[in-house]
Design a protein around this ligand. Structure first.
Ligand SMILES: [Zn+2]
Ligand SMILES: [Zn+2]
Length: 306
């Protein structure tokens, strides 16, 4: 008898936990750099030294991301049948020595290089070619990172961020990475000690502000469904949440629809539509005319309108 048979939800949560871990590593470096840059200009040489010191950790985050992708694909295979994951000759199967059954994890699992093929064979819908290519690239990079100590082997934190956004989009097109990341932060080990998640919304705003600044407009369009070249406004809710702990200017909200009379700002981070009034800001040199009804602040300069 085979026992401890995993289900696809378990694989999915494990995969997302790996993505979250990988994200945690790279985003912390990007935020540190972003914050340092706010106080003083960073010399090119210092930034180079920063990334050189971070190199091994960034590579590790890539290895973790790759493990996450493997788990995610396995989860999709398991949704058809877990037994498809078992590979190897029947004569090599483990033996049930004490009659209590064999754990599923004692069986050899199919190799990473065969996962896409197996998935596409058992599922009605194949993986997108773009995903297969990305998976191959990631798998090879991971093998290199695991088996060599080549100091030239390097991947940037920015690349890992984009890889994570991409794989998440391919694997879970109906879920938003922003929401998944928020859930993990709400459930992080630290919150078990402090019994409070007050800081989470502000932290999410800070992370995605950094990512928003980093990505090109076509990447922003692809992953967050907004046009970065449109006029950008401060999200009043993210600003309020962020400022519980520090000053941030989450200028990534857009008018929806994008018209002069529009009365809603859409924010891809808090995921909300915010009601605004089209009135002139009461700060002297501010040309803004988008005022948050709920937070009574100007979404151009951020100042309170009380
Ligand atoms: Zn927001
Ligand atoms: Zn203003």
């Amino acid at each position: 008898m085979i026992k401890d048979i995993p289900n696809s939800d378990e694989f999915e949560s494990a995969a997302k936990a790996q993505f979250d871990f990988a994200w945690d590593i790279v985003i912390s470096f990007l935020i540190t750099l972003d914050e340092a840059g706010q106080y003083a200009d960073i010399e090119e040489e210092d930034e180079k030294a920063f990334w050189e010191t971070a190199r091994q950790r960034v590579l590790t985050s890539l290895i973790i991301a790759q493990q996450g992708v493997e788990l995610a694909i396995k989860g999709k295979i398991v949704s058809i049948s877990p037994y498809i994951l078992i590979s190897g000759n029947h004569s090599e199967w483990p033996k049930d020595k004490d009659g209590t059954g064999m754990s599923f994890s004692d069986f050899r699992s199919i190799d990473a290089q065969d996962l896409i093929k197996v998935h596409d064979n058992v599922h009605e819908e194949n993986f997108d070619d773009g995903f297969s290519e990305l998976f191959e690239k990631l798998r090879k990079l991971r093998n290199k990172a695991m088996h060599t100590v080549d100091t030239k082997l390097s991947v940037s934190a920015q690349e890992v961020v984009i890889i994570l956004l991409e794989v998440h989009e391919y694997l879970y097109p109906d879920d938003s990475w922003v929401s998944t990341r928020r859930e993990f932060l709400n459930d992080s080990p630290a919150t078990q000690l402090f019994f409070d998640t007050d800081h989470v919304e502000g932290l999410v705003a800070k992370e995605f502000l950094t990512v928003f600044k980093l990505l090109t407009s076509s990447q922003v369009k692809r992953f967050f469904k907004i046009d970065k070249r449109q006029r950008l406004y401060i999200c009043p809710e993210c600003k309020y949440e962020g400022e519980k702990y520090e000053m941030i200017e989450p200028k990534y909200a857009v008018l929806q629809p994008n018209t002069p009379e529009s009365e809603h700002l859409f924010c891809f981070v808090c995921g909300g539509l915010h009601q605004v009034s089209r009135a002139n800001c009461n700060i002297d040199d501010c040309p803004g005319n988008v005022i948050s009804d709920e937070y009574v602040c100007c979404c151009t300069c951020g100042e309170s309108q009380d």
